[in-house]
Design a protein around this ligand. Structure first.
Ligand code: CA
Length: 174
């Protein structure tokens, strides 16, 4: 199982990488909100641990955009914001769980495992943005009356475009 950590504090990412790899997970790290959102579109990502205070795109925006493209992907928010209003706002915005810094790694690990146990439901397969529809299961895209089949990289790019229709994607992002 692969966990994507979107977090900009190197001490925390190093700590999480070591702990999660020791627990048997594949770990990907992104320190920028935009790059984190792009990475989260990959089909091999099973869960996201998301910081809120991020350069590029704030974590709240990453969460909101991620919910339009991968609504079933488990997301655990990891943040220093501990007010009840912050927790409620992020849970209502689509977070599956909320862990406050400083945190216990064993508790975070238990929450990750619990979320993954309950995330076997199928994801929605049709994404749409700007008149384009993408079926992520068959990798078929449709624009008005036209239709074409996407290779895996193209499917990833199309999914990223649906997540961030106002931003250019580089080939290296896919
Ligand atoms: Ca931060």
């Amino acid at each position: 199982m692969a966990v994507l950590v979107i977090e900009d504090e190197p001490g925390i990412t190093d700590f999480l990488r070591r702990g999660l790899e020791a627990a048997g997970f594949t770990v990907a790290i992104e320190a920028d909100g935009y790059r984190g959102l792009l990475a989260a579109q990959r089909d091999d990502i099973d869960l996201v641990v998301l910081d809120l205070g991020l350069p590029g795109l704030p974590g709240e925006q990453v969460l909101r955009r991620l919910r339009t493209t991968r609504p079933a992907l488990p997301v655990i928010v990891l943040t220093a914001k501990d007010a009840v209003s912050d927790r409620v706002a992020n849970l209502e915005a689509g977070a599956d769980d909320y862990v406050v810094k400083p945190f216990s790694f064993s508790e975070l690990l238990a929450r990750i495992r619990a979320r993954l146990r309950h995330s076997d439901q199928p994801s929605p397969v049709i994404l749409s943005a700007g008149g384009i529809e993408l079926d992520v299961r068959t990798r078929r895209a449709r624009v008005e009356a036209g239709r074409w089949d996407c290779r895996p990289a193209s499917s990833c790019c199309s999914r990223s475009c649906c997540a961030m229709p106002d931003r250019c994607c580089r080939r290296s992002d896919c």
